[in-house]
Design a protein around this ligand. Structure first.
Ligand code: ADP
Length: 485
């Protein structure tokens, strides 16, 4: 089966969150299972620099009239060797900031064109006009940035088109633009209706993907149900409910080639997951030293690796900070996002430097060190489509403390007496996203932490779980086969 992925982020070329991890690891797992998968992404400057084996692969012309020719570059992903195509168009993609926002955190004004071109190209590669001989049996689009691709195929009335799958990684991000974007992107006005591209008088890339794709998937079974109702659907619940029969939730996986303490180039002390006690202690001491925290093996080290916003429940963390610091905890935060939250965390760290360390920004090495050195990972997300960090934390013997939502509900088993006795408990979970429930759950975790045996028991249940990509890859293959024979 030939499958074309279209995604705005692919690890290790460009990453702001879980979408990149999925777009890097799922194709590798599908290829290992015998499928022919290629990934299309924008040729951001950083991605072009990191991609390996680059070769020109043809011209795309200037389909959206940006005043410059776009070219396709074939390449491979470092590490996995997954084949990719980058859209080389410096006018749109060679920017100083991240993939979506400038260095000051503002969305690029021409994002409609930047991701319109991604969508257009994905659709174009499925047609006779493609500069490539390779044509997909399935076009698999990811999140709003490639959501217009199925709409283009519809608008062009492509005979013999591939089956289309659209995966929702996070429904909160929808890609809405003013109505005149419809003609700017060469889409017909008769598709700008309530049953089509239009969403509250805007053009919605996400809605296009939801309406015009043959099948919809999302990244956990629970999230697939949640998004069919308010407030989880973020306004798209009606559209999704009308497509309920075509919507499935497949749990994401963890790439153990990247996230494995036995073989992690970023952590100072490697250890086998099944033999974690000494290795975690050594990594914890190293994290405390690196971040200037008190060198105390008995102090519970709580870690966060996350975008800093309210959807991730980071305001709840700030609310419970005084209580957890009073209990002798240490907290190491790695993240970036809302400036008010960044400032809030930094203010607490300034007053409690031996207990709180805050690193604002993005750091792959520190993310790995925190997974290895932490005792608990805090994830009080209000919404969490799947969540990947808790899956990584499991493998490192770091116990997640989570709000019961989306993929967190599907992957973390709360530590109850039964859970401990049957060795199924893998974390601490709270039902209601409020500071009181969160604090109480951290306190429950701390009680267990202080009694070493049950804590080790939960850690042992965590490390031996298998969330590798193979299982999800099999599910996607079954879906592709059902759609494209
Ligand atoms: P989301 O995609 O909503 O951000 P996920 O849990 O699905 O959340 O995936 C987050 C991914 O991004 C993980 O691989 C995590 O390690 C990584 N990540 C998030 N913030 C940072 C950061 N500041 N530095 C390094 N990695 C980060």
């Amino acid at each position: 089966m030939r499958v074309l992925f279209a995604s705005s982020e692919v690890f290790p070329l460009v990453k702001t969150g879980g979408l990149a991890d999925v777009s890097g690891a799922l194709p590798a797992a599908l290829i290992e299972a015998g499928q022919d998968v290629r990934v299309l992404l924008p040729g951001y400057a950083g991605a072009m620099a990191k991609a390996e084996n680059k070769q020109p692969a043809g011209s795309l012309g200037d389909p959206l009239g940006v005043g410059a020719e776009a070219r396709l570059v074939s390449a491979t992903l470092p590490g996995s060797g997954v084949p990719v195509w980058l859209i080389d168009c410096p006018e749109l993609y060679d920017r100083d900031g991240g993939p979506y926002q400038d260095a000051n955190g503002f969305d690029y004004e021409d994002n409609a064109l930047r991701f319109g071109l991604l969508s257009w190209t994905a659709a174009h590669l499925c047609t006779e006009g493609s500069p490539l001989a390779w044509r997909p049996d399935v076009l698999h689009c990811h999140d709003w940035q490639s959501g217009l691709a199925p709409a283009y195929l519809k608008a062009w009335n492509v005979v013999d088109r591939p089956a289309t799958v659209f995966t929702i990684h996070n429904i909160a991000y929808q890609g809405q633009f003013p109505p005149d974007t419809v003609s700017r992107l060469g889409l017909p006005w008769d598709m700008y209706t309530m049953a089509g591209l239009e969403y509250w008088n805007t053009l919605s890339f996400l809605k296009a993907g939801l309406v015009y794709s043959d099948r919809l998937t999302t990244v956990s079974p629970r999230y697939a149900k949640e998004i069919q109702s308010a407030p989880f659907g973020c306004g798209m619940e009606g559209v999704l409910a009308s497509r309920a029969a075509d919507l499935t939730g497949f749990l994401n996986g963890a790439d153990y080639g990247v996230w494995n303490p036995a073989d992690d180039a970023y952590i100072p002390h490697k250890y086998q997951p099944a033999d974690f006690v000494a290795g975690k202690a050594a990594n914890k001491a190293a994290v405390q030293a690196e971040l200037g925290l008190a060198q105390d093996p008995e102090a519970p080290l709580l870690v966060i690796v996350s975008r800093l916003n309210d959807l991730k429940g980071m305001d709840l963390v700030l609310s419970v900070m005084p209580a957890i610091l009073q209990q002798g905890c240490q907290l190491a935060v790695l993240g970036a996002g809302d400036h008010s939250l960044e400032d809030g965390f930094q203010a607490v760290a300034a007053v409690n430097p031996s207990q709180v360390a805050v690193s604002i920004g993005y750091s792959e090495p520190l993310a790995h060190k925190l997974m290895a050195g932490g005792d608990m990972l805090l994830m009080p997300s209000r919404f969490e489509p799947c969540g990947l960090t808790q899956l990584y934390a499991f493998r490192y013997g770091t116990i997640p403390v989570v709000h019961v939502t989306g993929g967190l509900a599907d992957t973390v088993v709360d530590t109850t007496y039964d859970g401990l006795m049957t060795a199924t408990a893998t974390g601490f979970a709270f039902e209601h996203a409020n500071a009181g429930a969160f604090q109480w759950t951290i306190e429950r975790a701390l009680d267990t932490f202080r009694q070493k045996d049950p804590w080790r028991k939960v850690q042992s249940s965590c490390v031996c779980q298998d969330f590798s990509w193979n299982r999800s890859a099999e599910r996607y293959i079954a879906l592709y086969r059902a759609l494209a024979g």
